[in-house]
Design a protein around this ligand. Structure first.
Ligand code: IPE
Ligand code: IPE
Ligand code: MG
Length: 249
């Protein structure tokens, strides 16, 4: 049972009937539309989205979710107008500065999914410092997909395997997974995409093979603890068959 006080009203979320996925992944989409709907520049939407991240991380800790993966910046997002890319980098750096202390105190262990090459050196340093500071924490693993693309990740893995001289006969799914940025972690159980889009946009294309997909029309800056709870309720009702017949049959 989780109780929350919102504008003087007490809300209770009953967790007893909810199956908590081990690994939740979120495509945080809709910042631009959130801002547009308010007559604000897109950057304002990204700032609101960054604010919301803190709330969703807190909710994941409260719900006892063990791994949260967030899609923060894709390899394709470099094609946005320079001004927007600059704003996104600034916001990312600020979030790292301002939130890292709290995240560390909360027991959050940060992992980075993606490549740091091509990213501004000061951001590279902040990411490395954050990984180092939080590496022993175990309350929540927070995978930050930043300069991440699923196809780029697969190419990166293949290059590494070739460099390591992996023999074709030795290659299986487990070995391949061990070369991905998510090595050592279980695949996502639930992939949430906010803002109504129903596509994967190059996110965890290997790892999400059997994830449950939950699209919601809620725009990312508005995606709160209650919206996350709704996603968990929907996940609880899913029958994950993994190609087999239903466990209820
Ligand atoms: C998600 O919001 C943030 C990033 C992709 C970095 P968008 O900026 O994609 O917002 P919309 O989709 O234009 O509304
Ligand atoms: C996916 O959102 C990437 C992130 C949320 C970081 P996009 O807004 O970039 O995806 P498309 O362009 O709608 O597929
Ligand atoms: Mg978008």
């Amino acid at each position: 049972m989780i109780t929350d006080l919102i504008m003087g009203t007490e809300y209770t979320l009953d967790l007893s009937a909810v199956k908590i996925p081990t690994h939740v992944a979120i495509i945080m989409d809709g910042n631009g539309r959130w801002a547009q709907a308010r007559g604000l520049p897109r950057q304002a939407g990204h700032r609101a989205g960054a604010e919301n991240l803190r709330r969703v991380i807190n909710a994941c800790v409260d719900f006892n979710i063990k791994i949260l993966t967030i899609y923060a910046f894709s390899t394709e997002n470099w094609s946005r107008p320079k001004r927007e890319v600059r704003a996104l980098m600034r916001i990312f750096a600020r979030v790292l500065n301002q939130e890292i202390g709290n995240l560390h105190q909360q027991g959050v262990c940060i992992h980075h999914l993606g490549e740091l090459t091509g990213v501004e050196p000061n951001i590279q340093k902040k990411v490395r410092d954050a990984l180092e500071l939080t590496r022993l924490n175990d309350r929540l693993i927070l995978n930050v997909a930043f300069n991440y693309g699923g196809r780029a990740e697969i190419l990166h893995a293949v290059r590494q395997m070739l460099a390591d001289g992996v023999k074709p006969d030795d290659l299986d799914e487990e070995l391949f997974s061990s070369y991905l940025f998510t090595h050592g972690l279980p695949d996502p159980d639930l992939v949430i995409r906010t803002s109504g889009e129903q596509r994967i946009s190059n996110f965890l294309i290997w790892q999400a093979a059997y994830a449950e997909f939950y699209p919601t029309p809620v725009l990312w800056p508005d995606f709160d603890k209650f919206a996350l709870y709704d996603a968990l309720v929907a996940y609880t009702d899913r029958d994950r068959r993994f190609g087999r017949v239903s466990t209820e049959d």
